[in-house]
Design a protein around this ligand. Structure first.
Ligand SMILES: Nc1ncnc2c1ncn2[C@@H]1O[C@H](COP(=O)(O)OP(=O)(O)O)[C@@H](O)[C@H]1O
Ligand SMILES: [Mg+2]
Length: 220
């Protein structure tokens, strides 16, 4: 699913945070949003994932103008197409690993066996098999982020939005996260990642630098 921002503007408290940004994320490709802290990476990621509305410009989702979608339509996009990976993991600490992986899908009885196998497969892929009943609060930071990856994997999303997903991790866990995002793109997912991480940004197909807000992808 293709996500496109066209001349997007965002103002926060009277300050222009995004100025005429244009970018296109394509299925099977990885897009890195880079720039110093405060340059608007998270804001643009939130715009592309429809978490934040724009003050000007257009966001196209699968070719449709999503700028005016109401809450219900945006929720449907998140449920059916999107997965999120956050720097602070975005997990419910007091719940089990398995609950945190599966929480985002509706508990339909007919799907139960399939869901259990799906959770197991996802946890195996991130090296956390056998941990499904453990409380998330007992895990290390790297393990928590791997639960975040398993959750994204379990959702079989068309688009993955990741905000500084390697920022609080050691080298091994950073490369695990990087490899996961590249593998998802290889399966056809559109991956959009806001990052400072040199290794992760170098591994991405496309880069949008937000330093100096108007250097976008326009020709010189
Ligand atoms: N909720 C908010 N309230 C006030 N200012 C904000 C808010 N979100 C972002 N900003 C401001 O917008 C700018 C860009 O922030 P952000 O998108 O978080 O940048 P980055 O992710 O690159 O560090 C910063 O100047 C930040 O202070
Ligand atoms: Mg940020």
């Amino acid at each position: 699913m293709e996500i496109t921002a066209q001349n997007v503007n965002v103002k926060i408290d009277g300050q222009q945070v995004l100025h005429d940004e244009s970018v296109c994320a394509k299925p099977g490709r990885t897009l890195a949003l880079v720039g110093p802290s405060g340059s608007g990476k998270t804001t643009l990621l939130n715009v592309l994932s429809l978490l934040r509305r724009v003050d000007g410009g257009t966001v196209l989702v699968g070719g449709q103008d999503a700028t005016a979608w109401d809450d219900r339509r945006r929720r449907r996009f998140w449920q059916e197409h999107a997965a999120f990976v956050f720097q602070d993991y975005g997990l419910i600490d007091e719940e089990s690993v398995a609950y945190n992986v599966a929480l985002s899908k509706l508990p339909l009885f007919a799907q139960r066996a399939g869901r259990i196998a799906g959770v197991r497969d996802a946890l195996e892929r991130v090296g956390l098999d056998g941990r499904s009943a453990h409380k998330v609060s007992t895990l290390s930071g790297g393990e928590k982020q791997r639960v975040g990856l398993a959750r994204a994997m379990f959702r079989s999303a068309d688009v993955i939005f990741a905000d500084e997903p390697t920022a609080s991790l050691d080298r091994n866990n950073r490369s695990l996260v990087t490899n996961f995002l590249l593998e998802e793109a290889a399966r056809g997912v559109a991956v959009i990642v806001a990052t400072h991480d040199e290794v992760l940004m170098a591994a991405c197909d496309q880069r949008l630098n937000l330093e100096g807000t108007d250097q976008g992808l326009a020709p010189p």
